[in-house]
Design a protein around this ligand. Structure first.
Ligand code: GLU
Length: 570
């Protein structure tokens, strides 16, 4: 008969066994390089993935296809991303070189740290901020696309617009999921007359699923930019009109100007690369907290042999929660736009530092509250939940990868529709409070600054230097956690892509643990409580990851089983 021991004792024995085992990477490609004869696109909507594949088939490369996907998503997934928002582009050459472009939105030059404070000096309610021009940053996606195309594009700029223009003119079918967004977020989606006319009937009801939708205004906008390039969006009449509509929607003293729009620059940034076991993990640095948070979460787990602790073991989820707590404590304090505040990126992902931080993780009890690990004036800022982003990945037939996350922040962004697309509410990613505890918050609003992001477009390279996977996600603050979970599932557990994305998510903000509702993690709540996690609850999390893995048999891609996402081969 098996002796009965308490759950806590069992977990601590299991953990102790794991901690003493040597950490070893599970998947180390040793065979000859995978033969990639055809490219692949993974995106949150199959019609957008197809747009990328069409461009690959016309001889386009990963950059061309990624731009086509971003444009097509503007049409078919208007709740999540588009040319009215911004994004981050991470490109990995077949030679292992990595570069990134920051197309994050900027605050108007007139913005001050008091941007989101009401007349009483207190932060205005989040919803009020979203539904006002105060939330709208200068869109960055088209400038990003133009810069990426200038550096790496192969096909003519106008050709990349063809699939999106076709979708907007000839129509696309409203999906069940798309309709659910229209029901849930009606106040935002129908805020502008143009949005209401596009997606709702005369009685204000969302159009039924399966309706063939068209967006002629967006088709014309895209045609204009296809012909005129980025200038046709940011400069002249177009730029002035954009400034006017945002300024008109914004409190008079805070108006964005045509100069704010025309001065927008997508910025090439150094990639942030670190290691996880024998792998090189590269992603987006400030203003994104993506790469540092993913690398810290993984790095602090490296001393545990996760190949022995799998997703069905509460011990893994305990460690995952503890590591997140440490990573997010540093994220809260330090991560913001590095052009405005000093972000100690190298220190935050330093191996020795992460080893010291990891020592704070106890095998059999929770730390409950994690403090940041570096000394500094404590800038801090709370970030509200989000749900308006799309990640996509392209790997082309020569093995170049693009991992691109595109966003308008919340569902349908600010709700302000202009020329057929929604304008973002990205500025609500800033801290509403300019200071805390008497010290300025790193992520406070400042003129021309980019709000902190969680977006984490990521590339992972194997010990032999070859690309292993390209991954990223949507879902606000859960993004780095989803990405870390995907990397562990592929690297430590050796799961095939579709299974890797089906692994549930546990998110541990501050002293709470949120397990994905409806997942196997719900049954582990008592085990987590036994380890001292007092505030554990199951919630529906906004999860949407897209990934492509390079295997010896070729490319394997997947969309998140919780979404309509799909991976399509060239
Ligand atoms: N705006 C968020 C960010 O940049 C992402 C929003 C989402 O994924 O829902 O971190």
């Amino acid at each position: 008969m098996v002796p009965r021991i308490s759950l806590a004792a069992f977990l601590s024995l299991a953990l102790a066994a794991c901690a003493t085992a040597p950490a070893s990477p599970t998947v180390v490609p040793t065979a000859p390089p995978a033969i990639i004869s055809k490219g692949m696109v993974s995106a949150a909507d199959p019609r957008a993935a197809q747009a990328g594949v069409d461009v690959l088939r016309q001889g386009g490369n990963a950059t061309d296809a990624a731009i086509a996907v971003m444009l097509a998503l503007t049409v078919v997934e208007p709740q999540s991303s588009g040319i009215g928002g911004g994004g981050f582009y991470v490109r990995g050459g077949a030679d292992g070189s990595v570069e990134t472009i920051d197309g994050r939105e900027t605050a108007p030059s007139a913005a001050t740290p008091r941007w989101f404070l009401g007349p009483d000096g207190k932060p205005i309610p989040f919803k009020q901020a979203v539904a006002s021009g105060l939330s709208i940053g200068v869109p960055g996606n088209l400038a990003l696309a133009a810069e990426a195309h200038r550096r790496h594009g192969k096909l003519a700029w106008a050709r990349l617009f063809e699939p999106a223009i076709r979708l907007a003119r000839q129509g696309w079918t409203l999906s069940e999921r798309g309709r659910a967004f229209l029901v849930r977020s009606k106040a935002t989606a129908a805020r502008s007359k143009a949005g209401a006319a596009l997606f709702y009937d005369a009685k204000g009801e969302p159009l039924p699923a399966e309706t063939l939708l068209t967006n002629p205004a967006l088709a014309s906008t895209l045609e204009r930019i296809a012909k005129g390039g980025r200038k046709a969006f940011y400069e002249g009449e177009a730029g002035s009109q954009l400034a006017e509509i945002i300024a008109f929607d914004t409190q008079a003293s805070n108006g964005v100007t045509a100069r704010d729009i025309s001065a927008y620059q997508a910025k090439p940034r150094d990639p942030v690369c670190g290691t996880y076991r024998a792998y090189r993990v590269c992603g987006m640095g400030p203003p994104s907290s993506g790469a540092t948070t993913v690398l810290a979460t993984l790095g602090q787990l490296e001393r545990f042999d996760l190949s022995q602790l799998r997703a069905d073991n509460p011990a893994f989820w305990h460690l995952f929660a503890e590591s997140q707590r440490l990573a997010y404590a540093d994220r809260e304090r330090f991560l913001a736009d590095g052009d405005f505040v000093t972000v100690p990126v190298a220190k935050l992902i330093d191996r020795e530092y992460l080893t010291r931080r990891s020592a704070l993780i106890s095998l059999d009890s929770t730390m409950v509250k994690a403090e940041p690990g570096l000394e500094a004036p404590p800038p801090d800022g709370a970030e509200p939940p989000e749900n308006g982003t799309s990640h996509f990945v392209v790997i082309d037939s020569v093995g170049t990868a693009v991992s691109y996350t595109s966003t308008i922040e919340g569902p349908f962004g600010s709700g302000l529709m202009h020329e057929g697309f929604y304008l973002n509410n990205e500025l609500t990613d800033f801290s509403f409070e300019p200071e805390k505890g008497g010290a300025p918050v790193a992520n406070r609003v400042q003129g021309g600054k980019r709000p902190r992001s969680s977006m984490a477009p990521t590339l992972v390279y194997g010990p032999d230097g070859r690309l292993v996977l390209a991954i990223g996600a949507a879902g606000g603050q859960t993004i780095p956690v989803q990405v870390a979970r995907g990397i562990i599932a592929v690297i430590d557990w050796g799961l095939p892509v579709s299974e890797a994305l089906a692994v549930p998510v546990l998110f541990a903000p501050e002293d709470t643990v949120i397990v994905e509702k409806g997942s196997a993690l719900e049954s582990m709540i008592p085990a987590l409580q036994a380890l001292g996690h007092a505030k554990v609850a199951a919630f529906a999390l906004p999860l949407k990851t897209n990934v492509i893995v390079v295997t010896l048999g070729g490319l394997q891609g997947a969309g998140d089983p919780r979404s309509e996402g799909a991976a399509i081969s060239e």
